[in-house]
Design a protein around this ligand. Structure first.
Ligand code: ADP
Length: 624
């Protein structure tokens, strides 16, 4: 192949623009990114050689080498890892294949403020352009004889050529360092002392030796300590912080660290971290998650999903097992009994750590909950074995306090007369806290949990009771707030009222036949004239809206019962009105009920016209 010049795609051009022009002062992080890529490349070669021994050159010793040349102003990062063939160079280095356009836009935005996140975005290689005005990548894939030479000045194009690599498999990255002004305060990255201190700072626990030519012999700059194999009590918080930042690509400290060795029937070591903050891409559909898997210290894979239930996907960390066979594949892992035992064990540890956190540091737990609570809750419908534990870890918004509450705390506050745990689901706190369904409960001083995460509908379906108390939706049938005596009295009142209002109810039912199952009097409301109520078995209005958003519209939206508040002065007036007027007003009332619960109304224009018409009538009648 002759040398070719190709253009970066538009996304990389934009990214380069940000990276090159960023005034970010910690430009040194480029070294961490490139060393980490080199280390990954060595891990990949080691892993592949487990099944293809011929890939390893004779006497291969994994090495990452740094070569600074002060005269030429160059820095080389050299590894003898897996390398890349031409196709891979174009794919991995020339395009951003993984993130979609939307993810890219968000990444761009975040990068402007925080360039140090570059590694998180899977584009760490480009951080080289923070410090270099020309970057050369010379690589050769293990098992081939074809070298690939890639070069770019970050100006929108790169050249690519076939050139054999003298060292065989691996990758050499040469940075032609920019000239910085003194006031930029950028270190000299060809200075051995600078390189040494940067390796100590960012890459000390990289598992392979990072070497540099010393005065006589090669010098190894990193201690390569496999943190997880140490005795947990010997690892300092500082070491954990560094290690966490390395594996999670996060600049915050972990909220909680879990480091343990399982012994007995299963032998493995694990380090688990609960992050303090959500990563930028946490809620994106194809964001990878899972723990890194090592088998007898050999790195097998990152993001092993089989080691972690998906509702704990915010957890970062690793497992090093001595029981699994080195010849594993992703498919085998999925069915491996040992793996599922590890997952169970890891899950138990994480839930125990959360329980500890909620009991010892409520503020920290509430912060955790605001980041990951909606994810953790997925376990209530998703993990039957741990449902009870998860119930104790769930926090809820409540109508009686700004602070979030646990179910246990809620129960402790229940007045004696209250038998059930009440909740309402909806889109936002402001919407549900104004819901007319709350009126009567407020009057009785009953607390209501407000559930506004999309997942909550599934959560309450699974969370039917807590410590013997039933969870009852206040928007569904079966809400029973009164004592037997009160009930009797009210039934009688309602009976009399029903007789009085019978003609009106009939007319309303006729008008709204297509929309509602029935129109009945009720004592659910105290101030609002009407509301719509689902049957206990039917999905709530909120659930139906969620399903519609997911494109799973019900063929036939479930009809509900319209409940009328006979104490509202409107109905006495309506009773006396002509049937046509009753019908018109019924339509307006139906639309109001929809608006009150946060649903949209089918014909807003008609609704506005009807209201305007009423206003004119009201004004006219005022004149007489
Ligand atoms: P990330 O490392 O997060 O995937 P990068 O932009 O740093 O993102 O690298 C993109 C890809 O290029 C890597 O996933 C890897 O496949 C390949 N790559 C980068 N550096 C090397 C290297 N030294 N040896 C082999 N492959 C590499």
């Amino acid at each position: 192949m002759a040398k070719q010049v190709q253009s970066f795609n538009a996304e990389i051009k934009q990214l380069l623009d940000i990276v090159i022009h960023s005034l970010y002062s910690h430009k040194e992080i480029f070294l961490r990114e490139l060393v980490s890529n080199a280390s990954d490349a060595i891990d990949k070669l080691k892993f592949q050689s487990l099944t293809h021994a011929s890939l390893l050159p004779a006497n291969w010793e994994p090495t990452i080498r740094l070569e600074g040349n002060t005269q030429d102003k160059t820095l080389k990062i050299i590894d003898n890892g897996i390398g890349m063939d031409q196709e891979e160079v174009v794919q991995f280095i020339g395009t951003i294949a993984r993130s979609g356009a939307k993810a890219f836009a968000q990444m761009n935005e975040e990068m402007k403020n925080k360039p140090e996140l570059i590694g998180q975005f899977g584009v760490g290689f480009y951080s080289a352009f923070m410090v270099a005005d020309k970057v050369t990548l010379h690589t050769q894939k293990a098992g081939t004889n074809e070298g690939v030479l890639w070069e770019s000045t970050g100006d929108g194009t790169y050249s690519i050529d076939n050139v054999p690599r003298p060292f065989g498999n691996g990758t050499t990255i040469t940075l032609h360092l920019k000239t910085f002004q003194e006031e930029d305060e950028v270190q000299d990255f060809t200075d051995p002392w600078v390189l040494k201190s940067l390796v100590k700072k960012y890459s000390d626990f990289v598992a392979h030796p990072i070497k540099m030519k010393g005065e006589k012999d090669d010098e190894v700059l990193n201690s390569q300590k496999a943190l997880w194999l140490k005795n947990p009590s010997d690892v300092t918080a500082e070491e954990h912080k560094e290690f966490y930042q390395h594996i999670a690509q996060d600049f915050n400290e972990p909220l909680k660290t879990i480091h343990y060795k399982a012994e007995g029937t299963m032998e493995f070591s694990s380090i688990l971290y609960l992050p303090a903050k959500k990563p930028w891409n946490f809620n994106m559909r194809d964001t990878e998650y899972g723990l890194s898997l090592y088998i007898k210290r050999v790195f097998i894979m990152a993001d092993c999903k089989d080691l972690l239930p998906s509702y704990l996907r915010f957890v970062k960390g690793l497992v090093d097992s001595s029981d699994l066979s080195l010849n594993v594949s992703r498919e085998i892992l999925q069915q491996d009994r040992q793996v599922s035992l590890i997952r169970k064990n890891v899950t138990t540890k994480i839930l125990a750590a959360l329980k500890d956190l909620i009991s010892k540091d409520r503020t920290a737990y509430e912060n955790f909950w605001s980041e990951f609570g909606a994810t953790l809750k997925e376990g209530i419908p998703g993990d039957a074995a741990n449902k009870e534990k998860l119930k104790d870890l769930a926090l809820f918004h409540s109508t009686t306090s700004d602070k979030m509450t646990t179910l246990e705390e809620y129960i402790a506050r229940m007045p004696e007369a209250q038998k059930e745990i009440y909740y309402i689901t909806g889109d936002t706190i402001s919407q549900v806290s104004n819901s007319p369904y709350l009126e009567k409960l407020k009057e009785k001083n009953y607390e209501v949990l407000m559930l506004v995460d999309p997942v909550d509908e599934w959560v309450v379906n699974a969370l039917t009771e807590y410590k013997g108390k039933k969870l009852q939706s206040i928007t569904k049938e079966g809400l029973n707030l009164d004592s037997e005596e009160e009930k009797k009295k009210k039934e009688e009142e309602l009976k009399t009222a029903s007789e009085t209002y019978a003609p009106l109810l009939t007319q309303m039912k006729k008008t709204l036949e297509a929309q509602v199952k029935d129109v009945v009097l009720s004592d659910r409301l105290t101030q609002t004239p009407v509301c719509l109520v689902s049957s206990a078995q039917d999905p709530s209005a909120h659930m139906q809206r969620l399903m519609a958003q997911m494109g799973q519209e019900y063929n036939m939206p479930t009809k509900r019962v319209m409940e009328i508040n006979p104490k509202h002065p409107l109905f006495a007036k309506m009773l006396k009105a002509a049937p046509e007027q009753q019908s018109k007003w019924s339509e307006i009332l139906y639309a109001q009920a929809l608006l009150n619960e946060g649903s949209s109304i089918p014909d807003p224009v008609k609704f506005s016209q009807q209201v305007a018409e009423l206003m004119v009538q009201a004004a006219d009648s005022g004149k007489h």
